[in-house]
Design a protein around this ligand. Structure first.
Ligand SMILES: *[C@@H]1O[C@H](CO)[C@@H](O)[C@H](O)[C@H]1NC(C)=O
Ligand SMILES: *[C@@H]1O[C@H](CO)[C@@H](O)[C@H](O)[C@H]1NC(C)=O
Length: 300
């Protein structure tokens, strides 16, 4: 596709567009999907055996991935499961930064949790993760239905959907990922506390965790490319913020006494893309590791 074609039909918003953000012209193929590219090594940590060491402050390096990852504390220890609950954010059009106010634009964001899914530290970049993608497309009325998925690399080059499961923005969902299964539960809208509640929907998918290192557990926000347009991340939607709560991680082997069982001490990273305005998330671990919070920002 010629790059000029990427801008076709965008005359309305053309003045607001950065030259650096090509926007897709999509056919009538529905639904919209993201391309769940594998995590990449990042300069802010070193991989030492099964241990990833955060090196103080976050770097300014470009990253399509933000959030938090907790590492095993000794090389004999393995992450066996990770879970968290969060309200699926609404996708909107950003109103600041180079991608702002493109009323004919396409925006998306992805929220996922997983094992070995943050630092590309496992042999063969093996990882297992599951999450939700949200979309906003100005050409078809704005906010679209979220898509709930899981992905076991390298078997699944892209995410796979769960059959018989649906969720909407505003629903509280809980993901649990272990080496043998991925479970997702939907508690519905306007729910703030899960305790004692039965999910409205629940689905469990058996997965093959062979070859996972169990070196880290992660709670992440990511700006993936659109399926069919692999060369650049889609403009990140305005999602307000996401809070991963009831954050839990289990370990086996090693000195398990050292592990907190949540995101305490995690390495924190932000989505940072110069073409979209710089730092696009403000992520932090809060409440002693019980929550991982990422706000959508646009900061130089
Ligand atoms: C986008 O539109 C909003 C609402 O009209 C406005 O407040 C904001 O300044 C605009 N942003 C840019 C970058 O033009
Ligand atoms: C959630 O709360 C909002 C605001 O009170 C209300 O409009 C909406 O109908 C509620 N949704 C459900 C599914 O109860």
């Amino acid at each position: 596709m010629k790059s000029t074609a990427l801008f076709a039909g965008l005359s309305l918003a053309a003045t607001a567009l950065s030259t650096a953000i090509p926007l897709p012209v999509r056919s009538n193929t529905r639904p919209i999907r993201l391309l769940h590219t594998a995590p990449k090594p990042h300069a802010s940590h070193q991989f030492q055996g099964a241990r990833i060491l955060a090196q103080g402050a976050q770097t300014e390096e470009e990253s399509t991935l933000g959030g938090a990852a907790v590492s095993t504390t000794d090389s004999n220890q393995k992450v066996t499961s990770v879970s968290a609950a969060f309200v699926i954010p609404h996708a909107g059009m950003p109103t600041s930064g180079p991608t702002a106010n493109n009323t004919a634009g396409m925006y998306a964001a992805s929220f996922h949790i997983g094992i070995d899914s943050f630092s590309a530290g496992c042999d063969g970049n093996r990882f297992l993760r599951a999450g939700v993608d949200i979309f906003w497309d100005g050409t078809i009325g704005g906010e679209q239905n979220p898509w709930v998925w899981y992905q076991s690399s390298p078997a699944d080059e892209d995410g796979l959907g769960f059959s018989g499961f649906s969720a909407a923005a505003g629903d509280l969902v809980r993901f649990s990922v272990s080496g043998t299964e991925v479970k997702v539960e939907n508690f519905g809208a306007n729910v703030t506390c899960i305790k004692g509640l039965k999910p409205k929907q629940s689905v469990t998918q058996t997965v093959d965790g062979a070859g996972l290192c169990g070196g880290e557990a992660a709670w992440a926000v990511e700006d993936f490319p659109l399926a069919g347009l692999p060369n650049f991340p889609v403009a990140l939607a305005d999602f307000g913020g996401v809070v991963f709560k009831e954050v839990e991680v289990s370990f086996e082997g090693g000195s398990t006494g050292a592990a907190s069982g949540n995101a305490e001490g995690a390495e924190v990273r932000d989505v940072r893309l110069a073409a979209q305005g710089g730092r696009l998330t403000a992520c932090e671990v809060v409440e002693g590791g019980k929550k991982v919070k990422c706000d959508r920002v646009v900061e130089e």
